[in-house]
Design a protein around this ligand. Structure first.
Ligand code: ADP
Length: 210
């Protein structure tokens, strides 16, 4: 098993690249999806959130109301930190368990961890390789505005709240340039993927020292 960490800017094209990788036969684990799973009603993180933030952050059906929770933590670093303290370890644990399961069931497979905050969370350390999807700042603003219906200022604010994309590029093993067409990007991904398959080295367990 080889673990590739996939990251980038807020609308640089991670989902686009991860769908290309899925087509090539990789198993993709999406951090946003995991973040949703760990707060499903009854899960430990869900219980902790209700205990700390109250039932006012729930929808009538018991699921988490993300908008309300967002307004509770917005602009309050302590509350945001508290929320992260509840959710982050559960997300990490989920990833670790999934990797162990896949290692057992499909030892030859390439696993892609699609994680927007890969470096910030330290998850880059469990990856054999880190790939960063890059686009220039202007294109990132435009694509983010178009995708999420934001004003230019709103888009800029979200981009600037993250680690600069250039810094991620410096830390990357591979950089995918997504400024061209989707077809261009799929071609790059295909080339890099096949180069990378030839270099399967560490297993996840070896990397963890287990
Ligand atoms: P991320 O997952 O990094 O947030 P997405 O893959 O969702 O980014 O891409 C952001 C937006 O840009 C989406 O609306 C997507 O359809 C569009 N997009 C991505 N890659 C390209 C490309 N090469 N050409 C044109 N539009 C693109």
């Amino acid at each position: 098993m080889k673990v590739i960490g996939l990251t980038g800017g807020i609308a640089s094209g991670k989902s686009t690249v991860s769908s290309a990788l899925q087509d090539l036969g990789a198993v993709v684990i999406d951090a946003d999806e995991v973040a949703r799973l760990v707060v499903e009603p009854g899960q430990p993180a869900w219980r902790d959130i209700v205990a700390v933030f109250g039932e006012a952050v729930l929808n009538p059906d018991g699921t988490l109301n993300r908008e309300v929770l967002g307004t509770r933590v917005f602009g309050c670093p302590e509350r945001l930190q508290e929320l992260n303290r509840i959710t982050h370890p559960r997300v990490t644990k989920y990833f670790q368990e999934e990797l162990r399961r896949i290692e057992k069931e499909q030892p030859e497979v390439i696993v892609v961890l699609d994680v927007p905050l890969l470096f910030e969370s330290g998850m880059d350390k469990v990856c054999d390789e880190v790939w960063v999807v890059w686009i220039d700042r202007e294109l990132e603003i435009t694509r983010l505005q178009e995708r999420d219906g934001l004003s230019r200022d709103e888009a800029l604010q979200r981009i600037e709240a993250q680690m600069p994309l250039e810094e991620k590029v410096q830390k990357a093993d591979r950089v995918i340039d997504n400024t061209g067409t989707v077809e261009d990007t799929f071609r790059q991904v295909g080339t890099i993927f096949h180069e990378s398959i030839g270099k399967v080295t560490n297993t996840y367990e070896q990397k963890k020292g287990g």
